[in-house]
Write a protein that binds this ligand. Sequence first.
Ligand code: MLT
Length: 269
Amino acid sequence: MSISWSDSDPGGRRDPVVFLHAFPLNCAMWEEQVLDLSKSHRTITLDWPGFGKSPISALPANGEGVGSLDGYALCVLDLFNRLGIDRAHVCGLSMGGYVALSLLRLAPQRIRSLILCDTRATADTPEVKLSRYETARMVREGGAEGIERLASMMVERLLGDSTLASNRGLVDRVTGLIRQNSAEGIVRALVGMAERQDSVDLLPLIGGPAGVDTLILVGNEDKLTPLSEMRGLAAAINNSVFLHLEKAGHLPNLEQAETFNRLLREFLR
Ligand code: MLT
């Protein structure tokens, strides 16, 4: 069974941009970008298996990719094939960025340009891995209650202090997005992230032999992938463009949607 997706231009007349969402959200986090970018581009959003409207069965059950994020990248490739997309601009935020790098490893020829937001190329440290397994256990054992606990934990980390202090509506919206996902989807994604491959070796290839133009975006108040770390990511990718957004945390596309859209449009142009 396939993942759930939405396509602003099923006729495929415009240049495609594929948006890969963060954990533990779903494709609705890209609403503002779809509204804006679909005037000029073919925007495609999708839900990871077990998130939003995608069934968990969409994740490859065995063979290549199991237990890592490659299974998620294979879902994206399957969607490219289903929609007849040869190459696309790929915009991934956080976990979406990890999957974009898996995709780059599996099928670099399918990526026209990369927009990496609030993400990293390194694998998890042993401490982070351990805490992912603990969170996975909390959600597996707690079900809906576990998701509720995850939501209150994550919202504080995902949003910047400026948003937390002044935008109650966005705090509620992000909490609502987390509640829409299944416990199984969340657990599989946590395990996938914990076991993901380090992608640092790919970085010199991106602006070099792979020839992929790259934009790196980050919120100034990001607590999960701080500015200094994102600067390091940009420095490792030849010819990448590095930009940061004021008064935004880990979700600048939601916290500063207008600025984010403008930077994205300028890059795609
Ligand atoms: C995300 O926003 O996708 C997550 O924070 C990624 C992570 O936990 O590493």
